[in-house]
Design a binder for this molecule. Structure first.
Ligand code: NZQ
Ligand code: ZN
Length: 387
């Protein structure tokens, strides 16, 4: 087992009606709040109105229109400007992972005198960040319980995962009823994203029985509850379990003591959504089975066998390679069965920029150090197989 240094300082308030605690939580900070949200789903939900009612005695400055795959320009820059101009005390993010990620970048940028891109691109280490409270409305990314944010810079086709312990939310409000209105497409993408977070931490050179068991259970839970959420979007029990599954995704708890995996599918997907602005979870679902096929070898075989037997219930007495191939096929079939387009062409990506994307990933994502090392040619082959 590897050494580790671990702390998640975020307070989780989970369940129906937890929003009533919002005034109490916000009372720990000053009176000026930057309220961040996306394209309007929180108004349809009635959540915007509820927040305004609960925080009627605060000064609220708003940043709306934060897009999926949140953009550095204008959203992060505008948020930083607002925080500095109004001397904001705390950021309240209401929405999905994109709104929260944008809020995290704003929180760091607001406490820095230079260009916030210096922080996101790791040129400068942040010394401080504003506190962040979030009300999550979409189960997927795990941003509510982790220290990362993913920010896109359109003009350079960069989509960077920026991590810093300063970015952990102070408190995350997780009320599964807010996810009832999430569309089929985004629900399925959320299932795929959280499944991939688990897979990225399961396929490693050395792991523990403990971590493997948690990951296998997460994957079974995501598939079973994910299906139920799609069948009945207002199934509270299923939405709740899926939400908690997703929360565990990225804060490292699934891989404590494991060797590092390199998160290869995320490395490749970030280029897809940077170049084509596609939905993150869909890109991952397309890449995952092709990546699996590409890295299947005598060396990786035992991981695939364990995955196939314990996650999909494949007969353990079959020849090992057959189990591994079936496991990859089951992974593909599950994503397809929840309505995810399983080819890049279906999400508007053709072969024209594959060379460029493979090069970008090879240069920026460090996948030559992944569990199964990937060079530029490997990345290109995975992308071509995904077309
Ligand atoms: O903009 P609004 O109107 O709010 O609509 C959103 C958006 O169009 C909508 N939505 C959210 N909650 C809703 C809802 N619609 C109806 N009812 C609700 N309750 O859903 C759409 C997608 O929202 P978005 O926030 O983009 O989705 P998600 O939470 O999947 O976030 C994706 C982003 O997170 C990054 C991804 O790369 C992507 O940019 N990730 C962040 C991670 C992290 N911080 O740890 C890790 C992940 O691997 C991921 O990379
Ligand atoms: Zn992800």
């Amino acid at each position: 087992m590897q050494n580790f240094d671990y702390m998640t300082p975020t307070r989780l308030l989970f369940g129906k009606g937890v929003i009533e605690k919002l005034p109490d939580v916000m009372s720990q900070f000053g009176k000026k709040i930057l309220l961040t949200y996306g394209g309007g789903s929180i108004k349809k939900l009635g959540l915007y109105q509820k927040v305004m009612e609960l925080l009627h005695d605060y000064e609220i400055i708003e940043l709306s229109g934060i897009q999926p795959n949140p953009k550095y320009d204008p959203s992060v820059l505008e948020g930083v400007r607002l925080c500095k101009e109004h001397k904001v005390d705390v950021i309240l993010s209401v929405g999905g992972g994109s709104v929260l990620d944008c809020s995290k970048a704003i929180a760091a940028g607001a406490c820095y005198d230079g260009d916030p891109w210096d922080l996101i691109s790791y040129k400068v280490k942040a010394k401080a960040a504003l506190p962040i409270v979030d009300i999550l409305t979409l189960a997927a990314t795990g941003s509510e319980y982790d220290s990362g944010c993913v920010i896109s810079r359109t003009e350079t086709n960069d989509k960077i995962g920026y991590l810093d312990p300063l970015l952990y939310p102070h408190t995350s409000f997780l009320d599964p009823t807010y996810t009832f209105t999430v569309s089929r497409k985004q629900t399925a993408a959320g299932i795929a994203d959280a499944m991939n977070h688990t897979i990225e931490q399961y396929f490693v050179a050395d792991s523990t029985l403990l971590n493997d068991g948690i990951c296998e259970s997460m994957l079974r839970s995501l598939m079973a509850n994910g299906r139920k959420c799609l069948e009945n979007p207002e199934d509270y029990t299923a939405r709740a379990e899926m939400m908690l599954d997703c929360t565990y995704g990225c804060n490292g708890i699934l891989s404590l003591g494991n060797s590092f995996s390199g998160w290869p599918c995320h490395g490749i997907e970030h280029a897809l959504s940077a170049y084509y602005d596609i939905t993150h979870g869909e890109g991952l679902a397309i890449i995952t089975p092709r990546w699996m096929k590409h890295i299947l070898s005598a060396e990786t075989l035992p991981r695939f066998v364990k995955y196939g037997v314990n996650v999909f219930g494949i007969d353990a007495s079959l020849p090992q390679m057959e189990i591994a191939e079936k496991a990859i096929e089951e992974t593909y079939k599950f994503f397809e069965s929840i309505g995810i387009p399983m080819h890049l062409r279906e999400v508007g990506i053709d072969e024209s920029r594959i060379d460029e994307m493979a090069h970008h990933v090879a240069v920026n994502e460090g996948l030559e150090h992944a569990y199964a090392p990937l060079k530029e040619q490997d990345i290109k082959e995975i992308l071509i197989a995904s077309l």
